[in-house]
Design a protein around this ligand. Structure first.
Ligand code: ADP
Ligand code: MG
Length: 375
């Protein structure tokens, strides 16, 4: 496998043409690489950005081979591709990210087992295959707990919060549809995430700790630096370091963490790709999470560290936020607005985001929250 430096003018193949693929492509093109994207949706955000576009299903072997043949290196922007297919591709083509991370992390059960084996601090969990397991969860974990499908969940989809016995039936229906895991529902004081990039020479570059707020389990805003006690950033790095030892990976990934009311840090989940909570880095850091990802997969030296140039707030723009705010964009030069170019606007769909750099996070946050009121 040739992991040597990829010369500019080389071609990067990206599986997935959503907003993450688009922002990866833009970083890659800035560095002089060509980009070829495979996506089943012919009007995905990458359609007009990619130098070449393959409109095919993610499991279309002929199309994947075409992508492989045309690319000097392949990357992916989301975790729900078939691990088997990725493994087969990795034996033929240059995929520095590898397939192991996808294999372990696209299944919440193996993800949790891997985290547990790595010594990471995670909430107590139990595998659920049938209703009896649900009863066991009531005994061993206790209310409240949260039931999550093993595969395919995102933005809170495929989850049932079991506060008490009245929610068991809903959880049972979810288990009937798909195998699940139950995990203790924590009393959170904060959610944070840490984005890191791993280079081909084992180099690790950390981004600053990010503070995240979700609404309806969808990321609403990210504030950097996270407003937490100083030691939390180092604690989060320690957790990430355990994970890096357990999973082979090259490129950018993000670890989502919880801080509970007792100030205890827990690892929630890992995204083996650039992450929504790292978008602020495009304007607020000297390198974005997409820049370092491209540097890593093309075998370049990573920056020793990524410096936050100015504190930042990133707000997601869902369909309903665009309805409310798009007339405001022209009035706010301080808003760095990113619109992904999805053809269909939906109430809860991520259509874009905006980032504001500020020396007064609290004041800017209050101003922005006023703008988002009534959403
Ligand atoms: P997704 O893949 O949808 O991001 P997560 O497991 O990250 O799934 O859950 C989405 C959100 O739901 C989290 O960011 C958090 O706000 C809430 N959540 C999930 N699990 C727990 C838990 N064990 N305790 C408290 N809140 C949780
Ligand atoms: Mg999550």
């Amino acid at each position: 496998m040739n992991l040597s430096k990829l010369k500019f003018g080389s071609t990067i193949g990206i599986i997935g043409g959503g907003q993450l693929g688009k922002m990866m492509a833009q970083s890659a093109q800035q560095m002089g690489y060509k980009v070829i994207v495979l996506d089943p949706n012919s009007s995905c955000p990458c359609q007009y950005v990619a130098n070449e576009f393959i409109n095919a299903a993610y499991d279309d072997q002929i199309a994947l081979d075409r992508l492989g043949a045309l690319s000097d290196v392949i990357t992916y922007e989301f975790e729900n591709i078939s691990a088997n297919q990725l493994q087969a591709l990795a034996s033929k083509y240059n995929i520095p990210q590898g397939y192991q991370a996808i294999q372990l992390l696209q299944d919440r059960l193996t993800e949790k087992q891997t985290l547990q084996d790595s010594g990471s601090n995670i909430a107590p969990f139990l595998q659920l295959t049938d209703y009896d397991d649900l009863v066991k969860a009531v005994d061993s974990i206790g209310y409240p707990f949260i039931v999550k499908t093993r595969f395919g969940g995102y933005d809170g989809k495929g989850q049932v919060l079991v506060k008490d016995a009245t929610h068991l039936d809903e959880a049972r229906q979810l288990i009937q549809a798909q195998e699940c895991v139950a995990e203790q529902y924590l009393n959170l004081s904060k959610e944070v995430s840490l984005t890191v990039t791993i280079g081909t020479n084992n180099q690790i570059t950390y981004f600053p700790l990010q503070e995240n707020e979700h609404q309806n389990q969808i990321l609403f805003k990210t504030i950097v630096p996270a407003r937490v006690q100083d030691n939390k950033e180092q604690e989060a790095r320690n957790e990430v370091n355990k994970i890096i030892k357990a999973i082979h990976f090259i490129g950018t990934f993000t670890v989502e963490l919880f801080i509970d009311q007792q100030n205890q840090l827990y690892v929630n989940e890992i995204a083996p790709r650039p992450h929504n909570s790292g978008h602020y880095s495009i304007e607020a850091c000297e390198y974005s999470q997409f820049d370092t990802h491209i540097k890593a997969i093309t075998g370049q030296q990573l920056p020793q560290q990524v410096t936050l140039l100015k504190p930042a707030i990133m707000m997601n723009l869902l369909g309903r936020d665009l309805d409310l705010l798009e007339d405001q964009f022209a009035e706010h030069p301080e808003w760095h607005v990113h619109i992904y170019g999805k053809n269909e606007r939906k109430f809860n769909r991520k259509m874009g985001h905006l980032t504001v750099l500020t020396n007064d996070i609290n004041e800017t946050e209050q101003k922005l929250l006023k703008q988002f009121e009534g959403r």
